[in-house]
Design a protein around this ligand. Structure first.
Ligand SMILES: Cc1cc2nc3c(=O)[nH]c(=O)nc-3n(C[C@H](O)[C@H](O)[C@H](O)COP(=O)(O)O)c2cc1C
Ligand SMILES: C=C(O[C@@H]1CC(C(=O)O)=C[C@@H](OP(=O)(O)O)[C@H]1O)C(=O)O
Length: 388
């Protein structure tokens, strides 16, 4: 499966075309809209999230609630577009207005894509960069992820996420069951399992905002129900853990990924890292899950545990030094509307991109065209692995 996205942050809409989704998958707009709403909820977002009420429209590939096997086109409108029609060049303007709205953005924000993007594409107006580099695009990535999650759900695979750190405040609760993660995070504005740490995280976000600053954090995605042997060691680009890492790193502002105990493995001897193999009538299992569900680029059958580090948001009310590209003069950054922390929202995006990679690998490995055959093949594989 693959998908493309198109759209600018303040343009009329975001679009995705998803190709390769098997026929016969039950899919309703509400499946997608629930995920879009989850992405919008997190604590620490700016005013933009009050303007948007993200809703997906399914324009092709689905009839009477089931996928057809052809490309699925989804669109999500930007409510904010109505305030930006002139700036985005989508409405006729007078000469006077043109002077105002064509004012160029010439002051790059440290940490954003502004300067590098402007040099790369030859834009003297950095709005031409920020419109597409904006994480507004993650809306349709979540929409594509919702389709992937729907596939996984049909196959008995569940995906959840939680926030384990914001601005140095750490959650002291680790995950025990996916149902618990889903239940608690939907009630926590910072999507944290530890209520006390969650309160301190919100305080840290409020403090950062009051200081004109921003903070980042760490999110964890968990997947349960994945059978052993998805992905492959046979070639670098079949390794599923590598694909998950790339998918996580592709989320705006993500700067690091860990699978299982991740960087902690560097500090422990092998005897305290590798997960011992056990066996009972249900087949093989592991006494621990330090590997986070992967060995040799393949799933072990244990839960997948992937973490991602998000840096603090680049747009700051407290200015950092930068240089105006027209005058070459140093300036203290101008004030723009922005989030102060988007870690809770990003955890929902992380779920979507992980779900996408997994669903793609499973669909390709177990049948491609039809949901019923994929399910049959996967059930046979599960049975085979149990008896192996
Ligand atoms: C959900 C989400 C919301 C974001 N909101 C903002 C924001 O309001 N302001 C901002 O400057 N950056 C925001 N970012 C981060 C930028 O998009 C990101 O830093 C930028 O695209 C540069 O890419 P890089 O940080 O991956 O290098 C957000 C990221 C995510 C995932
Ligand atoms: C619009 C979203 O996030 C945006 C991501 C973003 C950025 O620079 O990445 C900057 C902000 O855009 P604006 O200047 O319009 O407020 C965020 O609101 C969204 O998540 O849907």
């Amino acid at each position: 499966m693959r998908y493309l996205t198109a759209g600018e942050s303040h343009g009329p809409q975001l679009t995705t075309i998803i190709e390769g989704v098997p026929a016969g998958l039950p899919l309703l707009a509400s499946d997608i809209n629930e995920e879009l709403a989850r992405r919008q909820k997190g604590y620490g977002r700016g005013r933009r999230m009050q303007i948007e009420k993200d809703q997906a429209e399914i324009l092709s590939g689905v009839r009477h609630g089931y996928t057809l096997g052809g490309p699925i086109a989804l669109v999500v409108e930007n409510n904010d577009f109505k305030h930006w029609t002139k700036i985005m060049g989508a409405a006729p303007i007078t000469e006077e207005e043109a002077k105002e709205v064509k004012r160029q953005i010439t002051r790059p924000r440290p940490g954003h894509a502004d300067l590098n993007g402007a040099i790369k594409y030859g834009h003297r107006d950095m709005r031409n960069v920020l419109e597409r580099s904006s994480a507004r695009e993650t809306t349709v990535r979540v929409a594509a992820g919702a389709v992937a999650k729907r596939i996984l759900k049909e196959l008995g695979i569940q995906v959840a996420s939680h926030v384990i750190e914001i601005g140095g405040v750490k959650s002291s609760r680790t995950y025990t069951s996916i149902e618990e993660v889903q239940r608690i995070t939907e009630e926590s504005p910072v999507r944290c399992l530890d209520a006390e740490a969650g309160t301190r995280m919100m305080q840290a976000i409020d403090d950062a905002k009051a200081n004109g600053d921003s903070i980042g954090g760490i999110v964890e995605v968990i997947v349960e129900g994945v059978p052993v042997g998805v992905g492959s060691y046979t070639h670098y680009d079949h390794k599923l853990d590598a694909k998950l890492a790339a998918a996580m790193m592709s989320i705006n502002a993500f700067k690091g990924v860990e699978i299982g105990i991740g960087f902690e493995a560097a500090r422990r001897p092998g005897s305290q890292v590798h997960d011992e193999i056990i066996w009972n009538e249900n087949g093989y299992g592991r006494s621990t899950n330090n590997a986070g569900g992967f060995e040799g680029g393949m799933t072990t059958g244990m839960p997948i545990v992937v973490r991602g580090v998000m840096k603090p948001i680049p747009t700051l009310y407290k200015p950092l030094r930068s240089v105006d590209i027209e005058t070459k003069e140093a300036f203290q950054a101008s004030i723009e509307r922005s989030d102060s922390c988007a870690v809770p929202a990003a955890s929902v995006v992380a779920e979507a991109v992980v779900a996408w990679e997994l669903a793609t690998a499973i669909v390709e490995q177990f049948g491609r065209d039809r949901m019923d055959l994929i399910k049959e093949n996967l059930d046979k594989h599960r049975e085979y692995a149990r008896e192996f």
